[in-house]
Every structure is written in C-alpha cells, then in structure tokens.
Design a protein around this ligand. Structure first.
Ligand code: UT7
Length: 327
C-alpha cells in the first residue's frame, strides 16, 4: 500500500503587541523609509513577557485543527520547527502536545532555522508515506525577538514573532493519485551547506557559552545565497514534477525580505501577482513565516482548492528547501 500526504488545514497566530518601524527608530538609528526600501517590512508582532514559543504554537495549532475539522485525539505526530524553544529541553513539541491535551503519539522539534518549516513538513510527509503516521501536525513557531541584540540596527529591525501550522492526513496512493485527484503534497526537497555558518548564526549556545547568544549576520552574503539557492530548488521541484512555472498558481516563499522574494520570483519567471507576500505585516518570523503567509492566502481566498503551490525557504546553516503541493 502506498500513501501520500494531504494538507487538510492551516492556521496561524501573531502575538498582540505590534511594533512599527517608527517605534524602532526610537531605540536604534534607523528610519521607516530605510527599512521599507531595503526589506519591505512595515511592522512586526512581538510576544509579550512570559508568552512563549509553545503559547504561539498552541494558538496556530488550534486554528489549523479547527480548519481541518480534526479532533486532537486523531493526531499521531507533532513535528515542530523552532530556533527559539521554550527550554533547552524537552522539545517544545512536547509542551504543545500537553497543552493540546494530547495523550498519545509522538512529538519532536526540528531545528533548521528559517527553513525549519519545510524540513518539518518533509519529516511528517516521510512518516506518512511510510505508513508510520496517519495524521500529523506540522508547526513553525518562533519568539525570535528573544535572540536579537536590540542595539544592533542591522539585525533587530528584520525579525518578528509568530506561529503557523498545517494538518497533514495520509491518503492512499502515490504521485499519480495526486495528479488524478488534484490534492496532496507532491514533493519536498531539502539542502544544507554547513560551510556557510559564519554568514548567519547566534554567537552562543548551551555547549559553547551556556547562553543563547544573539543573531550575527553578513546581510549581503545571506541575500545573494538566498536568491541563488531558493530559485534553484524551486526550479528543481518543478522540473522533477514535470511542471513549469506557468503551472504554478502561488509561490509562498520564506518571508525574510521583499527584495529577496522579488529577485527569486524573477529568476523563476513568476509574475508578482502569483507571489504571496506578507513580510510587510510580520517581518521575518523564521520557521513560522511560510505557514503564516500560506494561511493568510487561504483565509483571504487567494489559494483555492486544486491550486498548485510552491513553498520555498532559506535559513541559517545555511539550509534551504522547497515543497510542491496541490491544495
Ligand atoms: O532568513 C534569512 C535572514 N536574513 C536575511 O534575510 C537578510 C538578508 N539580507 C538583507 O535583507 C539585506 O542585506 C539587509 C536588509 C540586511 C541590508 O540591506 P543592504 O541593501 O544589503 O544594505 P547594507 O548592509 O549594504 O547597508 C547599507 C547601509 C550601511 O551603511 P553604510 O555602511 O553604507 O554607511 C548600513 O550601516 O545601511 C546601513 N544600515 C541601516 N541604516 C538604517 C544597516 N541597517 C540599517 C538600518 N537603518 N536598520
């Protein structure tokens, strides 16, 4: 028996506290004009004191389960992507499991920074294809604000907090069934290149400093690496599925910077009208950004049943990936 995954619901959550570019201009030497022109970001949401990654994850997960019509008892696995876990251990996924009232199944975290959601999606999809899991909750959740140096204008203006989630359900049949029935996760493609460590990292950790460290970034290098590799993996996903850019209804890229997204879409020959862009509203929320953007476009009616959607990401490591699905 062969299986594939269907994404049967999505949900997302942004914490209440809204911080505009003008608010940031009061604490670092920056302007709304500079941030909008270089990044497309207009505002970000930040978690309140005491509001943790698992709290954001819980809100997004509940909304995704509600959209899917899936009771908590049916979840066999939670795969949660985060760079900002509640605690060093256990996995934030297990805190979410308890908060949801789930008393069985498995729960674990995935760490691939901004590519975390695509990595988590691939792990859940692979378990479903193997028949190990029937229903999976895939979550990207971050309180990235806690990793920022709020005196460093080159990084602190770029990030925000949030969470997003998908519910995946096993369906019988392989790729041909997806083609015939018009629904399902067609493929996932993952990459990492550890030699790129120095262009984006946090300068601390359990084993090195017993602190979290703060974000260190060589912005221009990250920018170039992101455009080249996201365009390449997006092209690979299409080519392997025997599809072309004209088959794509929506590109849902990692929301880090509008200029990176524009340049990647251009390389993929996708017009602006086919790109879901939410970075202006919530800045770079790392592993949460793809499901946040996807969920916004589902709820406002842009992504419709049967649409072909290309997801793609780039994160520290460097890590990158793509996924092709029919909604
Ligand atoms: O998930 C991946 C996460 N990382 C990213 O997505 C980052 C990718 N990189 C970028 O998005 C861009 O490189 C940035 C937005 C970070 C920077 O844009 P840029 O066009 O590459 O600017 P730059 O680094 O060349 O900086 C230009 C100037 C510099 O001043 P000087 O040296 O020319 O006098 C910076 O000091 O802008 C200055 N600058 C700022 N000015 C006002 C840097 N940050 C700010 C700021 N406000 N917040």
């Amino acid at each position: 028996m062969s299986f594939h995954s269907e994404v049967i619901g999505s949900g997302s959550y942004l914490p209440d506290r809204l911080v505009t570019n003008d608010d940031l201009a009061k604490i670092v030497d920056t302007t709304d004009e500079w941030i909008v022109e270089r990044t497309g970001i207009r505002q970000r949401h930040l978690a309140a004191d005491g509001e943790l990654t698992s709290d954001l994850a819980l809100q997004a997960a509940r909304r995704a389960l509600e959209a899917a019509g899936t009771p908590v008892q049916e979840i066999d696995a939670i795969v949660l992507a985060t760079t900002t876990p509640d605690e060093t251990f256990p996995a934030t996924a297990t805190k979410l499991q308890a908060a949801l009232g789930m008393t069985r199944g498995i729960a674990f975290d995935v760490q691939a920074v901004c590519s975390g959601f695509i990595y988590a999606l691939a792990m859940a999809d692979n378990m479903i294809r193997l028949g190990q899991v029937r229903t999976a909750l895939v979550v990207g959740a971050e309180t990235f604000s806690r990793l920022l140096d709020w005196t460093d204008r080159t990084t602190c203006v770029l990030f925000g907090d949030g969470a997003g989630a998908f519910v995946l359900r096993a369906a019988e049949g392989g790729p041909d069934t997806i083609r015939r029935q018009g629904r399902g996760l067609i493929s996932t493609h993952l990459y990492a290149d550890g030699r790129q460590h120095d262009i984006l990292y946090a300068n601390g950790g359990v084993s090195s400093t017993r602190t979290t460290g703060t974000v260190q970034m060589a912005g221009k290098e990250v920018f170039k690496f992101a455009v080249a590799n996201m365009a390449a993996v997006g092209g690979q996903a299409l080519a392997e599925a025997g599809l072309t850019e004209s088959d794509i209804d929506w590109l849902v890229p990692h929301q880090a910077n509008k200029r990176i997204i524009d340049a990647t879409a251009k390389k993929l020959r996708l017009p602006e009208e086919k790109v879901v862009l939410t970075v202006a509203k919530h800045a770079n929320t790392s592993a949460a950004s793809i499901p946040l953007a996807f969920d916004a476009a589902v709820r406002d009616g842009r992504i419709k049943a049967g649409h072909l959607v290309l997801l793609e990401s780039m994160g520290a490591g460097m890590t990158w990936g793509a996924s092709l699905l029919r909604w």
